[in-house]
Design a protein around this ligand. Sequence first.
Ligand code: SAH
Length: 510
Amino acid sequence: MSASGGTRGVVHLVGAGPGDPGLLTARALELIAAADVILYDRLIPVTALDGARPDAELIYVGKEGRGPQMPQEEIDRLLVEHGRAGKRVVRLKGGDPFVFGRGGEEALVLRAAGVSFEVVPGVTSGVAAPAYAGIPVTHRERASAVALITGHEDPDKPESAIDWPALAAFPGTLVFYMGVKQLPRIAEQLIAGGRAVDEPAAVVERGTLPGQRTVVATLATIAERAAQEAIRPPSITVVGPVAALRDEGIGWFEERPLYGRTVAVTRAREQASGLAARLRELGALVVETPVIKVVPLAAQIDADCFASPPDIEAVYDLICFTSPNGARLFFDRLADAGLDARALYDIRIAAIGPATARALRDRGVLADVLPDRAVAESLVEALGDWPVDRALIARARVARDVLPDALRERGAEVDVLELYETVAEPLAAEQRDAIRSADYVTFTSASTVRNLLGALDGDAAALDGARLASIGPVTSEALRAHGLEPSLEADPHDVDGLLDALVADVIAKN
Ligand code: SAH
């Protein structure tokens, strides 16, 4: 019996796109999230399976390193078996399932076995890799047709399937898949068939991925240039006048400001995604190396201290939120107490930092007080001479006492609600290696500094090769306390400031 409720199984032949997770289709993501069983290949985006159900069966059917591929008959057998068992099966393939993906063969096998299937096209690498390299495969003046050709990476496979003279005569762009080892032969054959020696040609390695590399040359020189640059699979080769457009101004992906830079993100996984996504958009290869994690505490909200039901004596007149985590968890605990945002309707709300204000807004609450600088001192200042009789501070267990002390000094009664603590998260050996080889390591709080050094067993020398990016003065001080000098410090002290400072640093270093 399947999660789909006992209806007959369906096998979905799904394209996962060329590698950039953003090029997975909406339908692919939806099916991955619903699947009982996923059979997946090697060249799928690294994050493609993140949305799979925790209880889904994930079966790798690609090549093990340089080892053999699972035999196609075995893959066919698994597809039929799971389909017949009434499961929702996703057969996830790189690019498009029907473009050199054996999707056609698998569909025939399923049909013969009486198993229903659906085909979900994907963005094929033969179009996407050139696009990310700044090469449109068609162009009004330069190519009105495009041919997709397999270059047969495996030298044992017969090549007779390709009619070289016909291909050489093809009036348009030639796009070769799987052609790296065969590149010298491909070029030779095309020239022998009458293609011009000076026709533009390009090879795109790891297209759409952060490590994408492109070599542009001519048909006569492309094989040699690719060899010089040690181009490896997966690569797409494009032959045709369109290949010159990259250097005529269409190149873009490899020109983004952080292209080719590896940036380590040390903040807690729960918070890293925003920063990581922004870094990727700027072209960086992001390694997530969280050294802290957020653990919610069993905090209890006293329902009597809120204006619902009205109790004039007890209610707070100010709630201060000092972090996005605090804001999120406060509303979770509020719900536990049987309350929602309406309980805050006449309580003044203060937020430290724009991200905290955003977290509040996500819960339908706009902060009344948002200090210019994201520190407690600034919040106390921003309150001006608003009277505060009773305040609640929603925050982490270990935090500076500047805020409660200052409010008490102004005569307020202050409760501190400890909602979470950040605890050290150890790094796996590969994550420590990734830190050692990163171009930049980002620090977004003093605790990321302390805990990274903890995770590296105090070995500050591991950071010698990297530039250290600090979000602000408190974090920079923590670095200096460990004998490390920040290479750059964000101003303003937030994620935007950090990204700007990183880009400025890359430009300055070039
Ligand atoms: N069905 C896939 C192709 C599978 S054949 C699709 O539609 O894209 C595998 C070949 O695809 C590789 O040898 C390589 O030539 C190409 N390929 C896949 N991903 C690629 C990428 N990110 N960059 C360049 N080429 C890629």
